[in-house]
Design a protein around this ligand. Structure first.
Ligand SMILES: C[S@@+](CC[C@H](N)C(=O)[O-])C[C@H]1O[C@@H](n2cnc3c(N)ncnc32)[C@H](O)[C@@H]1O
Length: 301
């Protein structure tokens, strides 16, 4: 499988996506029999995964159905978007709300795709009852079906050797064996998952990581965000991992919104194995930038 040269346009827009750092992060993925991604979301890592055979999973059924459609029925997936999009252009924005109502009854994955591409800022948002509740993006027509078709076919290539599941992550991790590789990007520790509204149980998660260590599987975990002087840091218990590096994941949406000096956000990446020395040096540079940023804030305080 040939990796993309740079970032790839997302086929499924997902907040919290690792799109901007996928290429960089993938340098940490070593060889392995099977690549596991139990929290796949928008799947930014899949095209960069380095290991041919993949198992990808998410707890959201419509998301997993959409992944399967992109893998098995790319032509139909593109067509389903096109018909909805054309109807929207012809008949106006009430079509969006009709499709949204239908989606909330049936969870049809093509309705889901259409909504993610035409809602305000592409933000997938559910209310407490689990209904998709974002509004129509009035000032944008939604991605052109021709463009989306090209993107769908690009992604289809990277999904050929990936099997998708819709399970709790623990059920997927139960199949991991020695010499498999697991990439973990769970909901942030201690928070309710933004899509499922379920508390993420950190103790259970830590014991899964511990179990993977005993089996002899390798894993990397991206976990928290740091913006400037603020830390949203959930320290992983030291005995579970062997290395921790930092990666710059972007700029804080909060400071952007407040139009103050934009803070860089660094995310911790934990590993249960020793990465190649050159990688430690490269990622170490990012850690130094993070430290420099932190001390400049301390000096301001
Ligand atoms: C931070 S997102 C992953 C983003 C992904 N790396 C990307 O690049 O788009 C976390 C994902 O975990 C999923 N999730 C939350 N709880 C889960 C569970 N118990 N089992 C499986 N997936 C879960 C969410 O639906 C969400 O898609």
């Amino acid at each position: 499988m040939k990796k993309p040269k740079s970032t790839l346009e997302p086929v499924i827009k997902w907040s919290g996506s690792k799109r901007q750092v996928a290429n960089d992060l993938s340098r940490l993925i070593t060889e392995g029999n099977t690549y596991f991604e139990p929290f796949v979301g928008g799947g930014a890592m899949l095209p960069f995964r380095n290991i041919k055979n993949g198992i990808a999973n998410d707890i959201i059924p419509e998301l997993v159905n959409l992944w399967e459609a992109i893998k098995n029925e790319p032509e139909q997936t593109a067509f389903e978007y096109q018909t909805r999009w054309e109807k929207l252009q012809k008949e106006g924005h009430q079509i969006y709300y009709e499709i949204r109502d239908k989606f909330n009854e049936t969870k049809n994955c093509f309705d889901f795709l259409f909504l993610t591409r035409t809602c305000v800022n592409g933000l997938i948002r559910y209310n407490e009852k689990g209904e998709f509740n974002n509004s129509f993006h009035l000032t944008r027509p939604g991605i052109n079906p021709k463009t989306l078709k090209e993107i769908i076919f690009k992604w289809n290539y990277y999904l050929k050797d990936v099997e998708f599941y819709n399970l709790d992550y623990t059920e997927v991790l139960a199949n991991v064996k020695k010499n498999d590789f697991v990439f973990l990007d769970p909901p942030y520790g201690g928070t309710k998952d933004r899509y499922t509204k379920i508390d993420f149980d950190l103790e259970k998660f830590y014991s899964e990581l511990d179990r993977l260590n005993t089996i002899g599987a390798k894993w990397i975990l991206t976990f928290d965000g740091n913006a400037g002087s603020r830390e949203y840091d959930y320290e992983l218990p030291k005995e579970i991992y062997t290395h921790k590096v930092f990666i710059k994941t972007g700029n804080s949406p909060f400071t952007k919104m407040m139009k103050t000096t934009i803070d860089a956000v660094y995310e911790s990446v934990y590993l249960n194995f020793q990465p190649a020395n050159e990688l430690l040096i490269d990622f170490g540079k990012q850690a130094n930038q993070k430290l420099a940023l932190q001390s400049s804030f301390e000096m301001q305080d």
